[in-house]
Design a binder for this molecule. Structure first.
Ligand code: ATP
Length: 244
């Protein structure tokens, strides 16, 4: 428990993360950067392109260990990850993609998840037979199939049309509310962040710093156009001030 009494699902401290460029220069992406996620909440990470969001996610899920610092998760934490691209195994059916990711999940649990995400008619399809929106749903189902404690999403709705992105986002919100999974979502879409998140974390500067921490105090279902517009204006102003 934190001093404030809120259970934490993740604490990450990156003292230093740098990349060496092809011409030998070293570029520091993260410096003395820390982030804490509250259990059971949706956190959106928003910031300009190239400011280290994907780098941070890769550190959090353990794909990049070449950094100074620490990632602290409760023992036994299972992480479900959804990448920008669905990354499904093309030679396996949708059902097999789910089963491979979650061999311990029962067929009933997988079928129910598929139903929740509108995939029940596609379980025998191969990924090449799916639209991008359907493939994204499979990627989301695959991440949820392991019943994660932490769900990490890197722009999961990018390059979908606005209506479909919105529908998928609300399906995601319903699933997160039902399962109580702690969620970290990277998005460029400020409207989406306001619609979905409990907390919005804004990144700026280089190396990246948290330049804003916004609590979305209205519950998702009670969001009003006026509150959303005011929050969006505030986020726009903070990002513009800290864009370099
Ligand atoms: N493997 C790598 N080698 C060298 N530089 C890298 C590598 N991966 C990322 N970078 C650099 O690190 C910086 C942060 O990249 P990252 O992908 O984390 O940004 P981002 O905020 O996720 O961007 P976007 O919103 O466009 O996805 C960029 O300047 C990028 O060029």
């Amino acid at each position: 428990m934190s001093p404030a009494g809120d259970p934490k699902q993740l604490e990450v401290l990156v003292k230093r993360k740098a990349f060496r460029t092809a011409n030998g220069d070293v570029r520091e992406i993260l410096h003395d950067f820390s982030l804490t996620l509250e259990a059971g909440k949706i956190h959106a990470l928003v910031g300009p392109s190239g400011f280290g969001k994907t780098t941070l996610l890769r550190i959090i899920i353990g794909l990049d260990r070449d950094f100074e610092g620490s990632v602290t998760l409760p023992p036994g934490t299972k992480i479900g990850m959804v990448f920008q691209e669905p990354r499904l195994l093309p030679w396996r059916t949708v059902l097999d993609n789910l089963k491979l990711a979650a061999p311990e999940a029962s067929e009933t649990a997988l079928a129910s998840l598929a139903k929740d995400l509108g995939l029940d008619d596609h379980l025998r399809n191969f990924p090449g037979e799916l639209s991008l929106g359907q493939a994204r749903r499979v990627a989301l189902a695959r991440a949820l199939a392991i019943e994660p404690n932490l769900l990490v999403l890197d722009e999961p709705f990018v390059s979908l049309d606005a209506a479909l992105a919105r529908r998928l986002a609300s399906e995601l919100a319903a699933l997160v509310e039902r399962t109580g999974v702690t969620t970290l979502l990277v998005t460029h879409d400020i409207d989406e962040a306001i619609r979905l998140a409990d907390h919005i974390i804004l990144l700026g500067h280089r190396p990246a710093e948290i330049v804003g921490n916004i609590d979305v105090s209205l519950p998702r279902r009670a969001m009003t156009a006026d509150y959303a517009a005011k929050t969006k204006a505030l986020i726009g102003a903070i990002l513009a001030e800290n864009a370099v």
